[in-house]
Design a protein around this ligand. Structure first.
Ligand code: BT5
Length: 248
């Protein structure tokens, strides 16, 4: 198994992604940084990521040929890990994993030189969240009222990532995409996606072979979006907001 063949396990770090970045020059494919606590965990666009003791905060260093599909691979691996506990997680493009409609895990992929640092934040045994996250975030503990053996979940997740990474390396992309379609909560749903300088609304049709979201817009044209902040919305509201003039 490549994933986790080298493991740096720390009590506390600022961010496992920052730590992983410092290892890049010498780290082999599949090296992992795991921490019990992060003091400066981050999400996309440097948003703060709440990372107390009880979660799984980890970064995997990968050297893939196709970095675009790493978020798909990672999110599918999280779902498959929890299927072994009979817990069905949902996937929300591009990087959220949900449980009962709330965010239970987030993925932050950073491409540095030829490597991808895959940050995974999984709210496993967290008992409660600060008020500003309570409505949107959850943990496996909160939803199931059960504590999980962190190292057992971590090892299962490494195994799933390893299997799916081999699929990617073997060019079995369609296999990964089929699994994503199975776990996503988005197919057929209306979304509003924020891109630099514009917002796009549409109905989700599919995921593309490079991990983009394929949507049908209100004018019936199809667009493939490769990155952006995505919200599920009602189409009526999305179209209204989309056409609203600034200041109205
Ligand atoms: C993400 O960003 O969802 C990616 C999170 C990646 C965190 C991991 S932990 C290990 C590794 N090391 C790091 O430093 N990071 C990675 P984004 O889609 O931008 O979501 C960030 C938003 O989620 C924040 O602005 C909050 O609203 C919310 N949030 C913060 N902490 C959360 C938590 N623990 N659970 C659920 N939502 C959270």
């Amino acid at each position: 198994m490549i994933i986790g063949s080298k493991l740096y396990y720390e009590d506390e770090v600022d961010s496992t992604n920052i730590y992983a970045k410092s290892l890049l020059k010498t780290a082999s494919d599949g090296t992992i940084v795991l921490a019990d606590l992060q003091t400066a965990g981050k999400g996309r666009l440097d948003r703060p990521w709440y990372s107390p003791v009880g979660g799984i905060w980890m970064s995997v260093i990968l050297k893939p040929e196709k970095p675009n599909l790493i978020p798909v691979l990672t999110s599918v691996s999280l779902c498959e890990t929890f299927m072994t506990y009979d817990i069905l997680l949902g996937l929300k493009w591009p990087n959220d994993v949900t449980l009962n409609k709330k965010k239970v895990a987030g993925i932050l992929c950073e491409v540095v030189d030829q490597s991808v640092i895959v940050g995974i934040g999984l709210n496993l045994n967290i008992k409660e969240f600060p008020p500003e996250l309570r409505h949107t975030a959850t943990s496996v503990f909160i939803e199931t009222k059960k504590s999980f053996d962190k190292m057992a979940v971590f090892q299962m997740l490494c195994k799933e990532i390893d299997y799916n990474y081999m699929m990617l390396k073997g060019d079995h992309v369609s296999h990964l995409l089929t699994k994503w379609r199975h776990y996503t909560i988005m197919l057929g749903k209306d979304v509003m996606i924020e891109l630099p300088g514009r917002k796009v609304t549409g109905r989700v049709l599919d995921i593309s072979s490079d991990g983009g979201l394929v949507i049908m817009k209100p004018d019936n044209t199809i667009e493939r979006i490769l990155a952006g902040d995505c919200q599920l919305v009602s189409m009526e509201k999305a179209t209204r907001d989309d056409h609203a003039k600034p200041g109205t």
